[in-house]
Every structure is written in C-alpha cells, then in structure tokens.
Design a protein around this ligand. Structure first.
Ligand code: ZN
Length: 306
C-alpha cells in the first residue's frame, strides 16, 4: 500500500513490498483473507486534510511549482533520481494512505480491531512534512472519527523507534486526544543537528529508552499504559513501528534493539491492555526498514488472527 518511492525518484529505504510480504505470508495461514481495493477506501477531502495541517502547507502540496521542494525536504535529500512518475502525483498517493488509516478506524469501531498495512506517518507536522512522512494520517483519522463517527476521546499509542513528534506537535493543545510515545531517547532528530524546534514538543506521555535499556522496555510500556488507561477512551490508534526491532536496517533506528520475543510481547501487551477495556484498536504500520521488516508484523498478526 505504501507509495512506490522509487517510481518518483525518491531514495527512501522503506520497501514498498513490505505490506505485500505481510499479506502473502498471512494468506498462506489464513486463505480467507482478502485484499481491499484502494478504490473502495473512504475519501479524504481537502477539509479532512485541514484537520491536521495548515492551509499554506496543503496549498503548496497542490501547487506544481512548489510540491517538489516540499517533498525533497520531507524525504531528506537534495536531488530526485530518475523517475517514471511525475512528482506532483505523489500527494494523491500519500492521501491514499490517509484513506487506508481512516478505513482501519471505521473497521475497528465496527468490529473491535483492524490492521491497515500502511500509514503511521507520525513525523508529519501541521506546517510541513518531515522524516519520510508527508501527511499525518493518524491525526486526520482521529479527528475525522471525532467529527463523523461519534468518537469523543482518542488514545494514540506510538511504539515506533522514533518519537511521534509530528503527532505531538499537531495535538499539543488538544485535550481530547492523548498521545503516548515510547521511543529511543537519543538519535532523533538525527544527531540533534536541527537544534530546538517544534519536534521537541512533548507527547502527553513520552517514555524515553536509553541505550542498552531494552530489558526494561516492556515494564516501562506496561506501566505507561496502566497509568494512561485510567482515563476513558473510545478509540485507540496504534502506530506499530517495526524499526524498534534488532534486525531493522535503518541506522538511525538503532537506538532500540528489541528481540523477536520482545517485539511480539510489546504488540500483545498493547492489544490485551486495550481489548480488556473494550477500546477499539486501529493499527497502522509506521517505520520498519530493510528486507526483513515484515517479520515482526507477521508474528503479531498470525497470533491476532488465530
Ligand atoms: Zn521510525
């Protein structure tokens, strides 16, 4: 489901086949699984984008003379490589991700839980895309659910190795959506070179993992969830980044190295904590880099679907 970055000449190490690998691995175990046709996903309108983003930024994304600059800043490189698609088609591809996340939210509210094989663009700020994330599908989905689906209070749990800084920035004055982010303390923003800025705004609860603190990860997450879940929530959106895994290949995610077992326990802990309180769970993918990035998702989803 992820945009095929190489088609736009963008050298991002996020493999577009990650979602396909997950789907095909699960399909072997659960033959009844069906792919959703992207054409059948709910629409995300211009007004929906405004739920998370400034008017100026959205206007730049739809201006053919400005969009390439926005995308280069977001995906952190100078020059586009040779491309087979025009760069100004890319925002529509990213909006498809937002549509998938919102479909996952609708399904979760309907049937208890749902997993979208895409989305989780948690670095996108209100005023610009950042860190491989152009639009914040998480905030758009949460606020659209509040506006249209009778949802009142939302909990966003972000377990990607990197802090959900865009989500925290957009929601800094929103008491109806609680943000919990557990992430590596060092290494984001990359080497701190960006200095202080809106990416440093706190989530409602930040749990920072120090180098070599992996053995305490699950305990810290469990206590954060317990504390948070004293409040009532109508919906949980979980950014289930796989880049906290020890075999992830992105150098800037190496500040947390959870084993296969720890990753599975992490995901099960979230599922159990929310399902025991009957809070609907909409999962989205977040980061996860390299040839084997599908494996932690397959491990969790095999158990969830069983
Ligand atoms: Zn990440």
């Amino acid at each position: 489901m992820a945009p095929r970055f190489a088609e736009y000449g963008i050298p991002v190490p996020l493999k577009h086949d990650r979602s396909n690998k997950i789907f095909h691995a699960l399909k072997k175990q659960f033959p009844a699984l069906k792919e959703t046709n992207p054409e059948n996903l709910p629409d995300i309108s211009f007004d929906d984008l405004r739920l998370a983003h400034d008017l100026d930024f959205i206007a730049r994304l739809f201006d053919p003379s400005l969009v390439a600059h926005e995308i280069k800043c977001c995906y952190e490189y100078e020059q586009l490589l040779s491309a087979v698609k025009n760069i100004d088609e890319m925002p529509a591809d990213v909006i498809t991700q937002c549509r998938g996340t919102y479909a996952s939210i609708q399904k979760a509210l309907d049937q208890g839980s749902s997993f979208f094989l895409g989305g989780g663009m948690h670095h996108a700020m209100s005023f610009a895309g950042r860190g491989f994330c152009l639009l914040n599908d998480i905030v758009i989905g949460a606020r659209k659910a509040q506006r249209e689906l009778g949802v009142s209070r939302v909990l966003i749990i972000d377990v990607d190795a990197h802090k959900g800084d865009g989500t925290a920035q957009i929601l800094q004055r929103d008491d109806s959506i609680f943000t919990l982010s557990i992430h590596m303390k060092n290494g984001w923003p990359l080497d701190g070179s960006l200095g202080s800025g809106p990416w440093e705004l706190p989530s409602d609860l930040d749990i920072e993992i120090l180098p070599n603190q992996e053995s305490q990860y699950l305990e810290l997450l469990e206590s954060g969830l317990k504390q948070t879940l004293k409040q009532p929530f109508d919906l949980g959106i979980i950014v289930l980044g796989a880049d906290a895994w020890e075999n992830d290949e992105l150098p800037s995610a190496s500040g947390i190295k959870l084993s296969d077992k720890q990753m599975l326990k992490r995901d099960q802990l979230i599922e159990k904590s929310l399902s025991s309180l009957n809070i609907p769970r909409a999962y989205v993918m977040g980061g996860g880099y390299g040839q084997h990035a599908h494996i932690p998702y397959v491990n969790f989803l095999s158990e969830l679907l069983d």
